[in-house]
Design a protein around this ligand. Structure first.
Ligand code: GAP
Length: 445
């Protein structure tokens, strides 16, 4: 068994992401745009797979949760009702010398400026709203201001009635959504952890008032076990309960799931008891009834909401951090390996003919075509086999299939496992079923 060597650092992750096509700096040829990142061929697969894993967990595996895909731009009154126009702000200070801007709660205001080193140069903290504004239509005046949504949740709340009226949902039920959100944050470092444009995976679960504490506990449990299913190391996950000074304006109780990122423990997902705040406010601001009538009891009420809110782009960073390992091999070599859960790995199977000649490459191409229907497959016939394995390890491909002279004789191939580096012979007719079984039963060792 290989020995683990160095711990992952952010520099190592950024470098691997660039080298292997996971994440690139936005507009790099123009010097980059700060805090904006693009997902390359490997990154987009990883991100989509994580999104699908979450979507399946929340919708397919919960019969009482339906999906939604709301627009990013919404009526501006939505954000007045939600409290974001009045409350969604950070206290910021400017350095009068170097003109840099900082979160007042992230630096020591009595210390010198962390950029230029001058003392006593900070302005008084001022509240800056985090919502990006633009104008809808050709005229730029206050009447047609719209915001880029700072959370996907409000798209769910304003569609509550539509969903109740058109789907056969009964309380308790949930609405799930994945999409972009935007916040004009002061972002200094930490790669894709905090960005101005990001993606969220949110689910709002509507419950009867009084049953909210019970459902809150249920969703806390569900969300933590989801990360275990995703193969995330449990010693790198923990809970953080919000103190009264941290609670968002809508929350009665809130817990973050934190992950031990390379820069330390940080929030990954929030589970919030939002009470009837949002539906109540939309009822008040829109004048439209947001109550729910219970069939059995004929009771009418504004439902309470338990929210689970995870960052998709932040989950990508978490999955990358958790997967990364450098291993000292017995032959003295060090291999970098990404231990992605096979269900989210960008490439599931690599097809590697041992040699190109004597019909081996053609046979490998046939096997590739057989597997392509079911899996994300990558074909590679160039270079020494050891080097090709290392390349797949670094990209996190869980299974390699090697085709050789015996394959021609008896129809078997070598199936190599990324984590253990063990190899078994499998008949090509059983390959797809075997890989499917391996994915289903995967446990990280
Ligand atoms: N609807 C509730 C809500 O938006 P939040 O705690 O502000 O709650 C939820 O955000 C999640 O969204 C966070 O746990 C994080 O994963 C992700 N997130 C928030 N701001 C982010 C940013 N600037 N960049 C990347 N992800 C972010």
């Amino acid at each position: 068994m290989a020995e683990k060597t160095a711990e992952v650092t952010m520099d190592k992750l950024v470098s691997l992401c660039k080298r292997r096509g996971f994440v690139f700096q936005s507009s790099e040829i123009y010097g980059g745009l700060s805090s904006a990142w693009d997902y390359g061929p490997m990154g987009v697969e990883l991100k989509k797979n994580i999104q699908n894993f979450w979507w399946k967990e929340m919708t397919q595996l919960h019969e009482n949760i339906v999906g939604l895909d709301a627009a990013i731009m919404m009526h501006p009154r939505v954000w007045e009702a939600s409290g974001h126009v009045a409350n969604f702000s950070d206290p910021l200070v400017d350095c009068k010398e170097c003109k840099n801007r900082f979160r007042a709660d992230h630096i020591d205001l009595s210390a010198p400026c962390p950029v230029c080193g001058n003392s006593g140069t900070f302005t008084e903290p001022r509240q800056f709203n985090l919502m990006f504004q633009t104008h809808l239509g050709p005229v730029k005046d206050d009447k047609n201001i719209v915001y880029l949504r700072p959370e996907t949740a409000q798209g769910i709340f304003v569609n509550f009635r539509n969903v109740v009226q058109t789907s056969r949902v009964k309380i308790p039920f949930g609405i799930a959504q994945v999409g972009k959100a935007f916040r004009n944050e002061i972002v200094t470092k930490n790669f894709i952890f905090r960005t101005c444009e990001f993606e969220q995976m949110e689910m709002q679960f509507f419950v009867k008032p009084g049953s909210d504490d019970e459902w809150f506990n249920y969703w806390r449990e569900q969300r933590m076990s989801y990360y275990e299913k995703l193969g995330i190391r449990s010693d790198r996950l923990r809970w953080h309960q919000h103190g009264s000074d941290e609670l968002a304006h809508y929350a009665k109780d809130a817990y973050d799931i934190e992950y031990l990122f390379p820069m330390g423990w940080q929030e990954l997902e929030g589970v919030h008891n939002r009470t009837d705040f949002d539906l109540g406010r939309h009822q008040e601001f829109s004048g439209k009834d947001q109550t729910y009538l219970e069939d059995q009891t004929k009771e009418r009420y504004v439902p309470y909401v338990i929210e689970t809110s995870a960052g998709l782009t932040r989950s990508v960073l978490m999955v990358l951090s958790d997967a990364y390992e450098e291993e000292q091999l017995e032959d003295g070599d060090v291999r970098t390996v990404m231990h992605f859960h096979p269900a989210v790995a960008p490439i599931t199977v690599a097809i590697l003919p041992l040699v190109k000649k004597d019909g081996i490459a053609e046979l490998a191409r046939e096997i590739e075509a057989e597997l392509r229907e079911d899996f994300n497959v990558f074909y590679d016939q160039s270079g020494a086999i050891g080097r090709r394995y290392r390349r797949q390890d670094e990209g996190g491909t869980p299974y390699c299939v090697t085709v050789d002279y015996d394959s021609k004789e008896d129809g078997t191939v070598t199936l190599r496992f990324r984590d253990s580096m063990e190899q078994v012979r499998v008949h090509r007719s059983e390959l797809a079923a075997r890989i499917r079984k391996e994915i289903k039963e995967y446990k990280r060792v």
